[in-house]
Ligand binder design. Structure first.
Ligand SMILES: Cc1cc2nc3c(=O)[nH]c(=O)nc-3n(C[C@H](O)[C@H](O)[C@H](O)COP(=O)(O)OP(=O)(O)OC[C@H]3O[C@@H](n4cnc5c(N)ncnc54)[C@H](O)[C@@H]3O)c2cc1C
Length: 320
């Protein structure tokens, strides 16, 4: 087995989703077989960061034309690297960049990208969701050639990634010239400054339509404060402007994977579940015992949130 793990950079550091992809890669084989790949015009710092993660090897794919991301550039150089290294697996995080070039890369080898994988079972069998999570599909790799897999953000825990001895670093210089790159990169997209990064929060209290009106939000805010948690919400809460959009969790909001997620008055629609089901411990508070949220909850409280939440807040404060 040999495995290429393609890492992505943001602000001079490797994105956290890359370490989640490493955790997924470790389900396919031992860390020693993993070669982490960093791409860019200057990759020294990124390579050093990757080398400290306990992987077997790091390859710096370096070229001035990789200073900015382009689909053509990444496709060309990764094709050359895959042809040279002949890995069994090529693993990515399912980022916007990867969606852009990885399917074309897989096609170069007569393969498809098994994209947005949420779990890897023995076999290996790759699990992904279909139709907004209504169906689950399982996939096995067959045939010759490398298997290309990308993993969903939040589906694997980055803290499962190992750190240990520093891995050796090699450089791969691709053959590429400017005429092969058909796009001119513009200014990199900058997401609106966010006051909260739910993706890295360890504790989250999510509030849904059960809260009834904006004036009641302080009730759940008090619970979040007592727990040292971030406040998040289902879509209707943000659509109504009761909380800012950056606090929305779900398929059209953020993906979160905290240690604790308390869902307050949230029914558990699939579009919400896809954004928080990777949480380690889910507690649901809902007055409807048949609410779908209870299907993913580790602990469920069937009751009126206007009674349960203040009691829970008091209990948390008392326990401190
Ligand atoms: C394309 C698309 C994208 C979407 N993206 C997202 C997304 O990113 N995130 C998202 O969240 N949704 C998203 N949705 C919306 C999603 O389908 C649901 O409509 C939404 O998640 C429901 O939010 P809710 O659970 O807060 O409200 P509801 O479904 O109305 O549930 C409210 C819950 O509160 C409970 N409740 C009521 N009163 C009380 C009380 N007093 N005490 C305790 N419990 C009480 C009820 O039993 C109920 O279960 C999307 C929909 C579409 C079509």
């Amino acid at each position: 087995m040999s495995l290429l793990l393609v890492l992505e950079e943001s602000g001079g550091k490797i994105k956290k989703t890359g370490w989640e992809a490493l955790a997924a890669a470790l389900k396919l084989g031992p860390a020693q077989e993993v070669t982490a790949v960093v791409l860019g015009a200057q990759t020294e710092t990124l390579a050093a960061e990757a080398a400290a993660k306990g992987v077997g090897k790091v390859v710096r794919v370096e070229h001035p034309l990789l200073a900015h991301y382009t689909a053509d550039g990444f496709l060309l150089v990764l094709e050359q690297l895959v042809r040279e290294q002949r890995p069994k697996w090529v693993v990515f995080a399912h980022t916007y960049q990867v969606r852009d070039y990885a399917p074309a890369l897989a096609c170069k080898f007569g393969q498809v990208l098994i994209g947005d994988v949420i779990a890897i079972e023995d076999g290996p069998v790759f699990v992904r969701q279909l139709l907004q999570g209504r169906l689950t599909g399982t996939y096995r790799h067959s045939g010759n050639g490398p298997c290309f897999v990308s993993v969903q953000a939040g589906a694997f825990r980055a803290d499962g990634a190992t750190s240990g001895a520093t891995a050796p670093i090699a450089t791969f210089t691709p053959t590429i010239d400017a005429t092969q790159i058909r796009t001119k990169p513009g200014e990199p997209f900058r997401a609106a400054a966010q006051t909260v990064d739910l993706g890295t929060a360890q504790r989250i209290v999510g509030v849904g339509r059960g809260i009834k009106e904006a004036e009641n939000i302080p009730l759940v805010q008090a619970l979040a404060d007592a727990l040292g948690a971030e406040l998040a919400a289902s879509r209707p809460i943000c659509d109504n402007g009761w909380l800012p959009m950056e606090r929305q969790v779900g398929s059209s909001g953020q993906n979160v994977a905290p240690r604790l997620y308390i869902a307050v008055g949230i029914s558990g629609a699939i579009q919400h579940l896809v954004g928080m089901k990777g949480s380690q411990c889910i507690v649901a508070i809902n007055k409807d015992p048949d609410a779908p949220i209870f299907e993913v909850a580790d602990y469920g409280i069937v009751g009126d949130l206007f009674e349960v939440v203040p009691a829970l807040t008091d209990a948390v404060k008392a326990a401190k």
